[in-house]
Design a protein around this ligand. Structure first.
Ligand SMILES: O=C(CO)COP(=O)(O)O
Length: 408
């Protein structure tokens, strides 16, 4: 095990070499010197896959360099927590890792450039704070991955950065004109993370009122459902064209309550999605498995089936946010663990990459829904493939603001 000083020296040496060497030779250098430092140099993208290739032994430290979308140069350091290890962080502050989980190696990505200066470190990396002007981008830096080995999922930090975090509040069939007013007031008066796209979905009857109350704020409105035909003898339905006419920009489609209670099939959901997109609406497309399906190991098959039905009718996914909502977690207080959610989100992104292309997959926002609350949102938000939340019960409470600010 390296001492703090040794590690720091290696780290400095590694940094000096960053621009002069190819990754392979640096990895060899690391191996030859038993310094457990691996360096990858890449422009724009950093993938775990790349690190996996380079890191053939347990790492204490890995350093990647990258260019940020705005042209800033940065490098990213990935330190593996080990029991009884202390390592020196880039700002010279000591992070005592002794209390880190003994059994599990945790990787933390630490951004650092002259501008991204770390302000504080504590024993829990969840509380590392960064100085402005990039403080709002710290969701990436603060992600901690719990894993027994390097994750198999290619994890591009910059891809996650490029996806705007999205938090939707699905109010379902709740609220009165009076209670709705106080909800919107809470939202307009709260300090919401400006890097997060926030959308609330009131019942159809309240859509226009809520839209009016939120005017001038950054919060948009969404319908909870819509019918695919433009008009006609469809008693009780609201069409996608009517939403467009009323300037409602979003619609939730395929919610499990629609699928289960109102018998909407995959084909119905696909038809509605295609119709909504044709009207230029944005769609929160809900998918998810039941408990029986999960227990039968059918989770990925189910979500892929639901997604394929839509992909049969929709080619352009740029206005779709996929909401993974395991049915067993909805309204039950039984939130999926961050590992369970991440696993399915990664599978969805893999599907998207194969079916729709890598570029679409990298951009596709995949949000999680099912008993999201103030107390569990931060850990979920740190997962590489979780790009936000669709919140039911907690969206009716002031706690919703904490969920919007999960990365702040
Ligand atoms: O169905 C949901 C959001 O669409 C989730 O509901 P809960 O957050 O109440 O579990």
């Amino acid at each position: 095990m390296l001492s703090v000083n040794q590690l720091h020296a290696h780290q400095l040496e590694a940094r000096k070499r960053l621009h002069r060497h190819q990754p392979a030779s640096l990895a060899n250098h690391a191996a030859a010197n038993e310094c457990n430092v691996a360096i990858s140099r890449s422009i724009g993208r950093i993938h775990w896959q790349k690190l996996r290739r380079l890191v053939t032994q347990p790492v204490s430290y890995a350093v990647c360099s990258a260019s940020l979308p705005d042209g800033e140069h940065t490098h990213i350091e990935i330190g593996a927590r080990r029991p009884n290890t202390t390592f020196e962080t880039d700002d010279g502050g000591l992070g005592d890792l002794a209390r880190a989980n003994e059994a599990v190696r945790r990787f933390v990505c630490v951004f650092n450039t002259t501008k991204w200066r770390m302000l504080t470190t504590t024993t829990r990396f969840g509380s590392i704070k960064f100085a402005r002007p990039y403080a709002n981008s710290t969701q990436v830096a603060l992600r901690t991955i719990t894993t027994k080995s390097l994750p198999s999922t290619p994890f591009s930090i910059l891809d996650k950065m490029a996806r705007t975090f999205f938090v939707g509040g699905n109010w379902k069939m709740n609220g009165s004109l009076e209670s709705t007013k106080s909800l919107t007031q809470t939202l307009t008066q709260a300090k919401l993370d400006s890097n997060v796209e926030v959308v609330v979905a009131p019942p159809a009857l309240h859509l226009l009122t809520v839209q009016e109350q939120l005017k001038g704020s950054s919060v948009s409105v969404s319908a909870q459902n819509a019918f695919h035909k433009a008009s006609g003898a469809f008693t009780g339905e609201v069409s996608v064209s009517m939403l467009k006419d009323a300037s409602i920009p979003w619609v939730i489609l395929g919610h499990s309550e629609r699928r289960t209670l109102f018998h909407e099939s995959d084909a119905n959901v696909a038809e509605k999605t295609a119709a909504a997109l044709a009207e230029n609406l944005s769609v929160i497309l809900c998918i998810g498995e039941t408990l029986e399906q999960r227990e039968a190991n059918e989770t990925v098959n189910v979500v892929v089936r639901q997604l394929n039905a839509v992909a049969d009718q929709v080619k352009d996914w740029s206005k779709i946010v996929v909401a993974y909502e395991p049915v067993w977690a909805i309204g039950t207080g039984k939130v999926a663990t961050s590992e369970q959610a991440q696993e399915v989100h990664a599978a969805i992104r893999k599907w998207a990459s194969e079916k729709l292309g890598k570029d679409t997959a990298d951009k596709l926002r995949i949000i999680y829904g099912g008993s999201v609350a103030g107390k569990n949102c931060k850990e979920l938000a740190q997962q590489p493939d979780i790009d936000g939340f669709l919140v039911g019960g907690a969206s009716l409470k002031p706690e919703f603001v904490d969920i919007v600010n999960a990365n702040a």
